[in-house]
Design a protein around this ligand. Structure first.
Ligand code: ADP
Length: 277
């Protein structure tokens, strides 16, 4: 059974050009269906505005779709009662692109990482500290970092704090919404390696939302491509994606590759072993 099943989801935002004009609905997701199995990373590729983040929000229970169904661990996320939803939400976490705005600048690393634990588990102060220290070590930081504030960390370190918070409750699925996109190449590589390690050791599944085909290829077990609110292609690896005959996929791949001068060779991306990202 799939861990996550997105069934025929359609969504629209109500927008208006002016205060006086009536709002009209702009469709941003059209009949989107996909699934993610346990321990699988699905890379969701697409250019800006394709609807990737909206789909992420719908999956996280943050944006109720107009139509369709999100089944997580067999439960309909939007039809479940409040207590089931709270339990499902525990297994469904997120890491966003902007590591700085994802945290409260007045909270220490310990408070940030400890927040979900305080919400869901009854731990003593001592147990909470031990758990936070373990999580800091798991994401490659030092237990002594627990007293530091966000401004005392680099972007890469702060994204590790966000990842520690996301794994604190041993979730099943993490939505990574452009989670490495704002980092420099070195930090991107390190965070992608960390994510891959955590996926293996903790048996996590990821929805890896990105506009970067190389990052997607380095971590994903399967890829899906979105364009103008629709999933237009699904495949198992970048090589398959790059040989897609779908005109929109071809155009998108070309624009993605030309964004990255280092990666303009299609063969290089398609044949690159995952571990060598
Ligand atoms: P992506 O993540 O692929 O860049 P998004 O899901 O962020 O795409 O956006 C898809 C479309 O929905 C875009 O046209 C965007 O402007 C629009 N959109 C996103 N969020 C909102 C919102 N809260 N209200 C109105 N329109 C929105």
């Amino acid at each position: 059974m799939s861990l996550l099943q997105v069934n025929d989801v359609t969504h629209a935002y109500a927008t208006s050009n002016s205060l006086w004009r009536p709002k009209r609905r702009t469709t941003v997701l059209s009949n989107v269906s996909l699934s993610i199995g346990p321990g699988i990373c699905l890379g969701l590729l697409g250019s800006s505005g394709a609807g990737k983040s909206t789909l992420g929000k719908v999956i996280l229970g943050l944006e109720k779709p107009l139509k369709g169904q999100i089944l997580f661990q067999g439960h309909d996320l939007y039809d479940a009662d409040a207590s089931t939803r709270k339990l499902l939400r525990r297994d469904l976490q997120v890491v966003f692109q902007d590591c700085y705005s994802s945290v409260n600048p007045r909270m220490t690393a310990e408070q940030i990482i400890g927040e979900p634990l305080r919400n869901y588990e009854r731990l003593s102060q001592f147990e909470l500290r031990r758990k936070v220290e373990k999580l800091l070590t798991q994401v490659g930081l030092s237990p002594e970092d627990r007293g530091k504030y966000p401004h005392q960390f680099s972007g890469g370190q702060l994204q590790r704090i966000n990842i520690a918070r996301a794994i604190a409750l041993n979730p099943k699925l993490i939505v990574l919404d452009e989670a490495v996109s704002s980092l420099d190449m070195v930090n991107q590589t390190h965070i992608l390696r960390l994510l891959e390690e955590l996926k293996l050791t903790l048996g996590l599944s990821y929805l890896f939302i990105t506009h970067d085909i190389k990052a997607a290829h380095s971590i994903s077990d399967a890829l899906a491509v979105m364009d103008r609110g629709e999933v237009i292609e699904r495949c198992d690896d970048a090589a398959q994606l790059l040989s897609s005959q779908h005109p929109s996929v071809k155009a998108l791949m070309e624009s993605m590759l030309s964004d990255h001068p280092r990666n303009r060779s299609v063969d290089r991306i398609g044949s690159k072993p995952k571990s060598s990202f």
